[in-house]
Design a protein around this ligand. Sequence first.
Ligand code: TYM
Length: 333
Amino acid sequence: MKRIVSGIKPTGTLTLGNYIGAIKQFVLLQQSMPEDEFFLFIADLHALTTPQEPTELRKRIKEIAGMYLACGLNPEKTVFYIQSEIKEHAELGYLLQCFTYMGELERMTQYKDKVKKQESSLSSAMFTYPSLMAADIILYDADFVPVGDDQKQHLELTRDIASRFNGRFRDFFTVPEPIIPKVGSRIMDLQNPEKKMSKSDESDKGYVSLFDDPNIILKKIKSAVTDSIGIVQYDVDNQPGIANLLTIYTSMTDESIENIVSKYNGLGYKEFKEDLATIVSKKVGEIQQRYNEIISSNTLDNILDQGRQIAQQIAYKKLEKCKQKLGLGRKRK
Ligand code: TYM
């Protein structure tokens, strides 16, 4: 039996990128690996790397939990929990910082982007959080970690940290494998297809939120940037906007790109975008309907309580063993 672990950070709103690159993959994996264990959490400690308004943060934590379920994850086969409710994440995060080199953290593109963009008030946690992310994963001896393309570098670092620790203390942590979908691992901004679709974006025209009104979704997709070539075909270099929309189309329908391309052969972008807009807004509308039912029942708290209990036991045991290995505290009898 294998263990699959992943998480989402409750900053900004959940986007179509999060759905296609991560949540949908979790659902597919759960269907194709029914014997395996799924641990999915809400990475709220990671959210604090940038300033958060407390009531807003708490609301978003619940939103992600509700969306995991609304998107089709099975609560009987998944351990759902909130990262900050398991203290061991933060503690192992610190221990792993002691096994992470400054140079490695300095090479992280997400950190470099932040430094480039601004920001005199960048928190030190923004620099060190990849060690916390490594802790989130290896605390549970994850075999597989499904993520979008932007997390690949963090996964590589996680593997390096785990291997380094194992090199000194005999195979102690499982070295995890990332699972990155071949299609849809990097959904791009609708207004600027050179840029990743992101929930922390200033302008909301470039992303579809899973909480957008279906009518707004229609508008956003219909006004997505395209090009002047006028042919629906998959050419990332010359038609990045259309390539992105084709990726969204295939991800939302499971129809192959070739099929879609031949369906719109001879037709203009208008028809293609209108159809896609309907597909996405319908699908997201259905998810929202399930979400509203879940959020208005009180099952969510019970699910998160159960998840906390299961995750807690595993995390506690692993961390205790890790501290013993390192020579911390007193020897256990
Ligand atoms: P986060 O919250 O930024 O993103 C959550 C997941 O969504 C994927 N994703 C995308 N996929 C395709 N296209 C996009 N435009 C897009 N935007 C986001 C991300 O790749 C990710 O899989 N640090 C992580 C959260 C985290 C985590 C972990 C993940 C913390 N600890 C341990 C896995 C394992 C983050 O900020 O993801």
